[in-house]
Design a protein around this ligand. Structure first.
Ligand SMILES: Nc1nc2c(ncn2[C@@H]2O[C@H](COP(=O)(O)OP(=O)(O)O)[C@@H](O)[C@H]2O)c(=O)[nH]1
Ligand SMILES: [Mg+2]
Length: 448
């Protein structure tokens, strides 16, 4: 099955069978919908003048982006092909965030200042038919949100979340020492993207004077990288240069192949798309399932308490039915004949049931009142305080998911009414389980 068709099928499947459940548990579903909406995306990020725009121009074989030594271009620029005959066009950010067919609706929240640094360039190019490349403002050292006028890291995270491939570029002059790069690698990217979606590139290697200079820069980058990721293993770092800028040399010759591999990898981003979508669906549905598991256990406990309260209420009702009128007669000499006396005397008629009936109704009402006012709300409080007891955290994966979802569950519990007990959580749980084990698995099988 071709990937576009698979994406469409997933889109309708997810919409039909999952979106009602996400809504029910008040979980945000828009990000999954955004990812499913549009074409594959490659995001190019990195230090200013690390060669991002030059790389994009070379990849496309056209001078579409401005390049230069200073931090020249400070916009997030989406570059893609338009419809047939649309030619070259520029669309401003304010239009993009209001276009329903694009996945950028949620970017409105970043404000006017961001929108004036956000645009889409349409151009004719075969590589861009089924792909968009996003060029980004270079990362800087001592820059604050105030200087940029919008929350750069938050924007980066949101785009990274949509991107199927992220190209993170360094250059030998600033091999991983830029503060914004540090924050991106340390927290923004791990939170918003998958590790396997990021490729690391050291560009402008032709500017190293000789091999030992290159090795020194590479070593420094590796060292900084391990500081940033907090890990000892170093991911593959593509070493590259722009043939249009670099003088051919013996040092560069062996790197030509690596450069081709990099270009091929970027061009093949569309083939990662379905996998990316499946991974995202997988994670989000697992999150949903965890929330549902917690709510289901909560409702089980609620039912147990409800059953206990009902039992007590039933017994009290029986006592009240036969003996309640006796007490009242002792106090106010009414009724003339109690139900038991009438039963023993064989004179029973419907009138004898009126007072006991009212007393039973009152008891049932009291039972319900005590349950909903005290028992249920006590349970709710207890479950909010010890929400982790509502789920079985038997793997690292589940523990990580729980750290993320615990707040959501506590919110849901705090707002829960007795209606939650009838909400069919365990049926929802099996529905989700079925999606994960049957449907999702079959999609994974299709792309393997
Ligand atoms: N020598 C050399 N210069 C490069 C290379 N890549 C980019 N440049 C130059 O470095 C400067 C910054 O490049 P640019 O693409 O604008 O960087 P960006 O800020 O990351 O987009 C420009 O003057 C480019 O001509 C390269 O591989 N080798
Ligand atoms: Mg640039």
């Amino acid at each position: 099955m071709d990937e576009k068709a698979l994406q469409l099928e997933l889109q309708s499947k997810v919409k039909k069978s999952l979106s009602p459940l996400f809504l029910k548990y008040h979980l945000d579903f828009s990000n999954l919908e955004s990812i499913l909406k549009w074409k594959p995306i490659v995001l190019v990020i990195g230090n200013y003048s690390s060669g991002k725009s030059t790389l994009i121009n070379e990849l496309l074989g056209q001078d579409i982006q401005r390049t230069g030594q200073a931090p020249t271009d400070d916009s997030f620029t989406i570059i893609t092909a338009g419809g047939v005959g649309e030619g070259t066009q520029e669309i401003p950010g304010s239009t993009l965030v209001n276009d329903e067919t694009l996945p950028f609706g949620s970017f409105k929240k970043f404000g006017e200042r961001f929108m004036s640094h956000f645009l889409l360039k349409k151009m004719e190019n075969p590589i861009l038919e089924n792909m968009a490349i996003i060029d980004s403002p270079g990362m800087l050292d001592s820059v604050t949100e105030k200087d940029r006028g919008y929350d750069y890291m938050a924007v980066l995270g949101e785009i990274a979340n949509l991107a199927d491939l992220i190209v993170l570029m360094f250059d030998p002059h600033k091999a991983g020492t830029i503060k914004e790069t540090y924050t991106a690698i340390r927290s923004t990217l791990p939170e918003k993207s998958g590790e396997d979606r990021i490729i690391f590139v050291m560009s402008r290697v032709d500017e190293c004077d000789n091999l030992s200079d290159l090795v020194r820069s590479y070593g420094a980058l590796c060292w900084n990288m391990s500081q940033m990721t907090g890990r000892k293993d170093i991911p593959h770092i593509y070493l590259t240069y722009a043939p249009g800028e670099a003088e051919p040399s013996d040092m560069l010759a062996p790197l030509a192949r690596e450069r081709d591999q990099l270009m091929t990898k970027i061009k093949s981003a569309p083939s990662f798309r379905v996998n990316h979508i499946l991974e995202d669906i997988d994670r989000q549905v697992n999150e949903l399932q965890l929330v549902c598991e917690a709510m289901s256990h909560f409702s089980d406990r609620g039912w147990q308490l409800f059953a206990k309260t009902s039992k007590v209420t039933f017994l009290c009702s029986l006592v009240v039915l036969f003996f309640g009128d006796m007490l009242i007669k002792a106090a106010i000499s009414y009724p003339n004949e109690t139900l038991i006396a009438a039963l023993l005397g064989g004179t029973v008629n419907t009138e004898h049931f009126i007072l006991p009936g009212c007393l039973v109704a009152l008891t049932v009402f009291l039972g319900w009142f005590v349950f909903s006012r005290f028992v249920f709300s006590g349970l709710r409080k207890q479950c909010v305080a010890r929400s982790q007891d509502l789920v079985v955290l038997d793997s690292e994966y589940k523990k990580n998911l729980w750290n993320k979802m615990q707040g959501k569950v506590q919110d849901l519990l705090a707002k829960a009414t007795t209606r939650e007990l009838w909400a069919g959580h365990s049926r929802n749980f099996s529905k989700i389980q079925r999606f994960l084990t049957r449907d999702l698995q079959s999609y994974y099988d299709k792309i393997r």
